[in-house]
Design a protein around this ligand. Structure first.
Ligand code: ATP
Ligand code: HSE
Length: 320
């Protein structure tokens, strides 16, 4: 359960008084996620999500994230909108953290991923990229290529305790990426963390995309590389080509990929694998004592990284 910061009933009541959302009937910490503290708050007017922003979210970036959610929702992307208080503000402070109330979206994230889910995800991702084109703000990807080496340095000493030889393997993989990562590809607003638990389905269609707190301006194809990692491997670690094919065809039905974007996919997939491996490794060795959170397994991403390092050709991902 990701609850790093507790909220007292009194603090919550005072917070809600600043909005036209009625009074709290209940407030429950949400047993999912690892980044921010999330609560399901039920008021007289219905359910809402209360988010307290934690360690990886810089306060200065919040206008970008909240503005992006408003922008995308106005372009018919099914993402939640931040709720404004009577003063017109959606961002304020609660229990010493920056906090926002977010509209509740119906739907469930898929526990058993099918090729159909991957197809719908691909199309939704392309629509998101298209809708982001006229969003005026930009944000550097703070978990991009330039940030992986410093992040590694913060946890390298612990890596071999997590898995013998991990430090050297990561150092080699990083060196290769630093030499081969592309520097010019089509760029725009990307979600950057579109994992299954951030995509809600109602029946067979997408009903919500959530958790825009890593969104940034970067290569559009990097978002696909994140999704290949998060959606196209089975629980025992095997890569599922059918799912990747459907992810790619779903995406390309709404936005085609250039030859350069296709050629870059294997190295972008390595980059995405190392990004999640490193943040998971960092969290594995740095989770604050007493926080209600279950850190995610870094080694899942070591296996994925090894797979992508064995791939040279985008056809391995179903791209022809
Ligand atoms: N707008 C929303 N509508 C309905 N449920 C939501 C909404 N936002 C968050 N949730 C619920 O809260 C959970 C955690 O939210 P979220 O993924 O944003 O947390 P996080 O800590 O940032 O997670 P992650 O580890 O994926 O980065 C979701 O899986 C979902 O169950
Ligand atoms: N989706 C990420 C957590 C957010 O960075 C992971 O599974 O590691």
């Amino acid at each position: 359960m990701a609850v790093y910061t507790e909220v007292t009933d009194g603090d919550l009541d005072r917070f809600l008084e600043q909005y036209d959302v009625g009074r709290a009937l209940s407030c429950k910490g949400i047993a999912e996620g690892v980044e921010n503290s999330n609560f399901l708050v039920t008021t007289d007017t219905g359910p809402l999500i209360l988010t307290l922003y934690e360690k990886r979210v810089a306060r200065g970036d919040l206008p970008f994230f909240l503005g992006l959610m408003d922008h995308l929702a106005s372009r018919d992307i099914p993402c939640p909108t931040p709720i404004r208080g009577r003063d017109g503000e959606s961002l304020r402070e609660l229990a010493g953290r920056p906090a926002a109330l977010i509209a509740f979206l119906p739907g469930m994230w898929p526990r058993r991923i099918t090729a159909h889910h991957c197809d719908r995800l691909g199309t939704a991702l392309a629509h998101l990229h298209d809708a982001g084109r006229d969003f005026a703000m930009t944000r550097r990807n703070t978990l991009g290529l330039a940030d992986w080496r410093p992040l590694f340095a913060q946890c390298a000493d612990h890596a071999d305790r997590v898995h013998p030889g991990l430090a050297e393997e990561l150092d080699t993989a990083l060196r290769d990426l630093e030499a081969r990562f592309p520097d010019t590809l089509p760029t725009g607003v990307i979600h950057a963390d579109l994992f299954p638990d951030n995509v809600f389905f109602l029946r067979d269609e997408i009903s919500g995309l959530i958790d825009f707190y890593f969104a940034c301006t970067d290569f559009l194809t990097y978002d696909l590389a994140v999704c290949v990692n998060a959606w196209c491997f089975e629980s025992r670690g095997e890569f599922n080509l059918t799912k990747a094919r459907r992810l790619m065809s779903g995406y390309r039905a709404a936005r085609d990929l250039s030859p350069a974007e296709m050629a870059a996919l294997p190295v972008l997939a390595q980059g995405a694998a190392i990004r999640f491996l490193l943040t998971r490794l960092y969290d594995w060795v740095n989770t604050p004592e007493g926080a209600l959170v279950r850190p995610k397994d870094p080694l899942e991403y070591l296996h994925k990284l090894r797979f992508h390092r064995s791939v040279e050709d985008p056809r391995a991902y179903g791209l022809e």
